[in-house]
Design a protein around this ligand. Structure first.
Ligand code: RFL
Ligand code: PHB
Length: 393
């Protein structure tokens, strides 16, 4: 190891996921310096398959930053989703009910676009990241990809390093209130070289468990199956995955069939609801999955991360322009209002669509709720306005 190198910036951003990268671009637009540190390599973060649904607010924000040319060319615009239960499909016309569409465009494509357009400091493959002096003059120490120890002095740190990052872990546990709910299921996700079998996303409730039919392009399908949290992927050969998807997505009233193809990627993701409050400690501000996790059923995690950093960038902008810290002081409470709305929606969608086993009472409640949201315009509108997303603060 060589001598420690010291640098300074206004905002140190930990993590180059959607939260960290969108924040970096928002700060640059506002004339604020920042440095982004990422634990993984560039190729790793650009290939990490995750979310696929962008709210219109997220698309509008990326467009206003001039970062959405490829997104506008390649996205799939959807005006509705299907809810499938008791082997019958029911459409929720999102745009008609809530006035906005959603866009299907992979999170890793967003990440690629944000990295390609960024010419400021962004250091991949850093290690031993540690945060200190958070209450006065924050310091980030780390080892860069060449093994050189570095010290970055900042006015403010943005903790955008996801659920398992170092930022939240650097806050004394006694000052954080943690809200958490675990679910007795997980999602087995696959990416397949197969054309989508439906024009819109299908959220399927079946006695065998939940299934989701989504997509990434006219030739690539993304699908999920509800499984147990400790599910062993080796018990799921391709043929079992396809036959289970076929069984759960089956419908009685049509000749619908599921196109299959080579499976390009598969993984099991846990489902969890999690919030810490406040989302700030001294000069450290948490954003995105570092502060909250939602189960993926509402397709909200990425969008919530983007909403947080919009609030943070605006607050930092007034702080640097006028010295007024009111926006920074209100950061946590402003973000948490949206966070809890989205927590409720994601929990509600999850509870409605995932059979939990053998409890007939739970099953009857789920079916009653599904019949209600697909037959009452008021209930469908509530689902639609939450799904397409509320305006950004
Ligand atoms: P990320 O994306 O986890 O990025 C955090 C980054 O920080 C890095 N990092 C560190 N860097 C430096 N030092 C350290 N000590 C570090 N520790 C970690 C990590 O390597 C990483 O690059 O968090 P961010 O930016 O807050 O973004 C959140 C979203 O990624 C997440 O909420 C969504 O993917 C959730 N999600 C969905 N969200 C949607 O809006 N719509 C969807 O359709 C949707 N579907 C999903 C999803 C998440 C899923 N999984 C796999 C959990 C579907 C699935 C299956
Ligand atoms: C996805 O396409 O990955 C996706 C879509 C909808 C969800 C979650 C994930 O609710």
């Amino acid at each position: 190891m060589g001598l420690t190198v010291e640098t300074r910036t206004q905002v140190g951003i930990i993590g180059a996921g959607p939260a960290g990268l969108v924040l970096a671009h928002l700060l640059r637009q506002r004339g604020i310096d920042c440095v982004v540190l990422e634990r993984q390599s560039r190729s790793y973060v650009e290939a990490r398959i995750r979310a696929g649904v962008l709210e219109h607010g997220t698309v509008d924000l990326l467009t206003s930053l001039g970062l959405a040319d490829r997104l506008h060319r390649e996205r799939m615009v959807h005006h509705g989703i299907e809810l499938l239960f008791e082997r019958s499909a029911h459409r929720i016309p999102l745009t008609e009910l809530a006035g906005h569409e959603i866009s299907i465009y992979g999170q890793h494509e967003v990440v690629k676009d944000l990295i390609a357009a960024w010419d400021g400091p962004l250091h991949f493959s850093v290690s031993s990241v540690a945060l200190s002096s958070l209450d006065s003059a924050p310091v980030v120490s780390y080892v860069d990809s060449s093994g050189v120890p570095q010290v970055l002095r900042c006015d403010v740190i943005a903790g955008c390093d996801g659920f398992h990052g170092v930022s939240r872990a650097s806050i004394p546990p006694s000052v954080l209130r943690v809200y958490q709910r675990d679910y007795p299921h997980a999602w087995l996700g696959i990416l397949a070289q197969a054309p989508p079998s439906s024009e819109e996303l299908i959220y399927a409730h079946s006695s065998r468990g939940f299934a989701l039919h989504s997509m990434r392009s006219p030739t690539v399908t993304r699908m999920y199956l509800q499984v147990r949290p400790d599910e062993d992927l080796s018990l799921w050969p391709d043929e079992r995955i396809w036959s289970e998807l076929r069984a759960r997505l089956d419908r009685s009233e049509s000749t619908w069939s599921l196109a299959d193809g080579p499976i390009l990627e598969r993984s099991v993701a846990a489902m969890r609801s999690f919030v810490v409050s406040p989302m700030r400690y001294g000069r450290l501000f948490l954003a995105g999955d570092a502060a909250h996790i939602v189960p993926p059923t509402g397709a909200k995690g990425l969008n919530l991360a983007v909403a947080d950093v919009k609030v943070l960038a605006d607050a930092l902008s007034s702080f640097y322009a006028t010295g007024d810290s009111a926006g920074l002081d209100a950061y946590s409470s402003t973000c948490l209002q949206r966070v809890w709305r989205v927590q409720h929606f994601s929990w509600w969608m999850t509870s409605m669509l995932h059979p939990t086993g053998d409890d007939p009472f739970d099953l009857a409640l789920q079916l009653a709720q599904l019949r209600y949201v697909t037959s009452s315009r008021a209930a469908a509108t509530s689902l639609a306005e939450n799904y397409v997303g509320f305006p950004f603060p």
